[in-house]
Write a protein that binds this ligand. Sequence first.
Ligand SMILES: Cc1cc2nc3c(=O)[nH]c(=O)nc-3n(C[C@H](O)[C@H](O)[C@H](O)COP(=O)(O)O)c2cc1C
Length: 364
Amino acid sequence: MNIPRLQIGRWEFPLPLVSGGMGVKISGWQLVLAVLEESCLGTLTSMGLGDLSHGMSGTHFVTTSRAALQYELSQLRARTDRPFAVNVMGALSNVDDLIATAVQGGANIIVYGAGIPRALPAVVEDPDVALVPIISSARLAGIILKRWEHYRRIPDAFIIEGPLAGGHLGFSLDQLEHLEDFTLESILQQTLEVIKPYEDACGRKIPLITAGGIFTGDDIARMLSLGASGVQMGTRFVATHECPVAMEFKREYLNARPEDVRIIKSPVGMPGRVIANEFLRQLQGGDIPAPSCPFHCITSCERDAAGFCIAERLDNSYKGDVANGLIFCGANAPRVTRIMSVHELVTELMDGVRASTLTLPHAH
Ligand SMILES: Cc1cc2nc3c(=O)[nH]c(=O)nc-3n(C[C@H](O)[C@H](O)[C@H](O)COP(=O)(O)O)c2cc1C
């Protein structure tokens, strides 16, 4: 297969591969830079940055998060002129502040997940900044397209995250028990149908980028042959030398067996996929002390019901205290067998795409 370029708004990437935003510091500037240098799109996280100690007030939380994102952006911009994305989460209480900070700091693309970006075009008016919602159903694509008619804007792309992805999942616990009804392939087909009238009306393509469970070059070729314009991957980028997460975290991926991968109910109010560990065992046994939280980073947070603070637990894992942390992962984490460089990973994947005998569909 000839490898197609990926176009998102006015930004073009030679390879149709995106490294996903991974919260609480995982997709930091070091990983994003390495991905950009391989001619792919890298996504910087804006979540859980800085030292968010629990003694902090709400105002201090906003200023600390802003300063930490400014630092990440400045590190990246000091080293590259290539376009990159920043991932924000709709459920964050400071989401608009993070978006403004990202745009001021030179982000070219805003990727918006964990919430419906109803008013995003009013928050980011600059037409050069591409707006990319993350969706988990064709229905949500339809809702956003209809809503954005009000702003005379269409999304510059959608990321379709299927049920095998890492991090928070846009599916109910019940849906996750019936994975055969919610395949990434079927959501892609349905979304292609929903966007078609909008593409015809505006005379341009709305690229669809699929994510969740994509592991090999063959998987990428299959998604492209089904009509995706690109793919996003998370799990495999965690298992790279450049990912700034602690080696103990990466080792959990190397050691994970299929039966270790679990779905939990996160305080965010969404399910999340994790690797079972000591923390999860204590949580299930009711042995975790009740969390305190003065800054309320997530508007929908159900920390009392869930019994833990997600920012704190993800941060523990990031730093290497995996026994007391939450280890987010995609369904394919048990397939990770070694840590490699981003260069090796992208080369392996693209060799796989080139070797594929599948063909690209005609432009729709
Ligand atoms: C450790 C981890 C953390 C993640 N955190 C986020 C996040 O903060 N925001 C987000 O939109 N997606 C998040 N994701 C999802 C990824 O961006 C990506 O879409 C997904 O992992 C793709 O599936 P894969 O892991 O099978 O490649 C996370 C994934 C992982 C593995």
